[in-house]
Design a protein around this ligand. Structure first.
Ligand code: ADP
Ligand code: GLC
Length: 483
């Protein structure tokens, strides 16, 4: 196996900048690829948190003017990774989130902020930024969608575009095209043009050498009219150059046997620590401290995608079974208010923390008996993988990566000792309610519940197998280019 080097370009990186699972994937895939002899250098925007954390830094490249100001590429290390950082203070040194101002509105210059990131990636890929010259470029999400377009126009190594969520496409007015430094030939149906405007994700999908997404089921769903969000035709066209590779999680960050964030550690063979964690979680969320009540957890962005409005509708059924609900999330103000109101209306039975809290997310996985993920669509989902590992049985909609990672506790699966949770379809109030009733009856059978927990905790949710698939794809693309 020959060693290969990859430039991964991404707009978030755990634990420095994170709005969702993309940051987790960006941080945890490179170490797993190293075991496959794939060396990854990760290019990220120079947000304040990234520049503060960057160690052993050296300048690799300078730009006299990159969309309105000077910029440079810094090489260094942070978060345990080999990084290139695009230090462009006029674009990235701002308050608020990576894409939005502090009031939650998209930055008006996002088109140029992420054109700059793609441009910087192209400079590296073309060998103009010091010693690191990658054999392949791995671009993530719309924020890097122009990178395959630059490489198509200017040469350079092959590129792989990974779609983490088709709902975010990076669409901008047609006038943006003239500012991107792409040749006129890049405008058009095979390039960056998208319904009369510019589409960054569309450009990446059309022009990358291969496209991946984060689960096999999502790869199938996005080829359909219902799931394709306007891009299904193009995705179908890409044929076998579009494949689904499941995400994994960092099993050292998520290890109940060593997790220092937990009041008590535990393992599949020794679950007593879980009892302590449940009581601590119940106390923390203002719930009645009762070992016998089935405690559901939710750790999620509160958005339409996640189907949590269905959970609000199904709440009377959940409570009628005697269960409790603990919610940790942030997002749409309407959903935040509705969960806060539910906690007030059902003291001791529903608890809610509106906010983002890594430590509490770990406690939720360790203390809840079941994790609810009623998503309308879910490209992969990471919380159900954490839940499996922590023995919190996932109760999930049968969509995307949820369908690919949880085995429903039907009679056959239970008999074959492979069941790990509860699946329901379609994602609707009725089907969620019947899933809650099924889960309650599983809960009443202690011995069976224990077995399901054991199966869940033994599931391989690591990056080992997915990383091998990425490595094989990367090698195939590199060999194809050389041939
Ligand atoms: P998505 O990327 O669509 O939000 P994923 O399940 O892939 O969904 O990833 C979500 C990640 O964010 C997980 O690591 C999860 O633990 C974390 N997370 C989501 N909401 C919160 C929260 N309120 N507090 C802490 N962690 C959260
Ligand atoms: C997106 C998806 C989520 C996936 C994550 C990482 O945010 O919504 O399902 O797990 O990306 O790939």
């Amino acid at each position: 196996m020959t060693a290969v080097s990859v430039l991964s370009v991404v707009s978030e990186l755990y634990p420095l900048v994170k709005t969702g699972g993309l940051a987790d994937v960006a941080a945890s895939l490179p170490p797993a690829l190293a075991a496959e002899d794939v060396q990854v250098c990760t290019l990220v925007p120079g947000y304040h948190a990234v520049l503060t954390a960057l160690e052993e830094r050296s300048e690799a490249h300078g730009f006299a003017d990159l969309y309105g100001g000077p910029a440079r590429l810094l090489r260094g290390r942070a978060a345990g990774l080999d990084l290139l950082v695009l230090d462009a203070p006029h674009l990235f040194m701002r308050p608020g989130g990576p894409y939005q101002d502090p009031s939650g509105v998209d930055w008006p210059d996002n088109a140029w902020r992420f054109a700059a990131l793609a441009r910087a990636g192209a400079e590296v890929a073309l060998g103009r930024a010091g010693a690191f010259v990658p054999d392949l470029v791995h671009a993530h999400e719309w924020q890097t969608g122009l990178l395959p377009a630059y490489l198509r126009a200017e040469g350079g190594p092959p590129s792989v575009m990974t779609i983490h969520n088709l709902a975010f496409q990076g669409r901008f007015p047609a006038a943006v095209f003239g500012t991107l430094g792409l040749p006129p030939s890049a405008w058009g149906i095979d390039g960056v043009e998208y319904y009369g405007g510019v589409g960054y994700l569309k450009a990446g999908i059309a022009m990358a050498d291969a496209v991946t997404t984060v689960s096999p089921s999502y790869a199938a769903e996005i080829r359909t009219k219902e799931g394709g969000m306007g891009l299904d035709g193009l995705l179908r066209q890409r044929g076998d150059r579009l494949l689904g590779i499941l995400n994994g999680i960092d099993t050292t960050v998520w290890d109940p046997a060593t997790d220092a964030r937990l009041p008590a550690q535990f393992s599949a063979d020794e679950l007593t620590g879980r009892v302590v964690d449940k009581a601590v979680l119940q106390t923390r969320l203002g719930l009645d401290v009762q070992a016998h009540s089935l405690l559901y957890g939710v750790v999620s962005r509160l958005t339409w995608q996640k189907g949590l409005d269905l959970l609000l509708e199904a709440l009377p059924t959940l409570l009628a079974t005697g269960a409790q609900l603990a919610v940790l999330g942030t997002g749409e103000p309407g959903l935040e208010a509705a969960f806060a109101a539910a906690a007030l209306a059902h003291p001791g039975r529903v608890g809610c923390v509106i906010g983002y809290d890594e430590g509490l997310a770990h406690l939720m996985q360790a203390g809840a008996d079941a994790l609810l993920v009623p998503s309308r669509f879910e490209p992969c989902g990471l919380t159900q993988l954490c839940a499996l590992r922590y023995g919190s049985l996932p109760v999930v909609a049968r969509v995307g990566g949820l369908a690919d990672t949880v085995v429903d506790a039907n009679e056959m699966a239970v008999a074959s000792c492979v069941a790990t949770g509860v699946l329901f379809a379609p994602p609707s109030r009725d089907m969620l309610e019947s899933a809650l009733l099924r889960t309650a009856s599983l809960w009443r059978n202690h011995e069976l519940w224990r077995r399901l927990q054991g199966n869940a905790m033994r599931t391989d949710v690591s990056w080992q197998r997915p990383a091998a698939r990425y490595a094989a794809l990367f090698r195939e693309m590199i060999a194809g280019r050389a041939a």
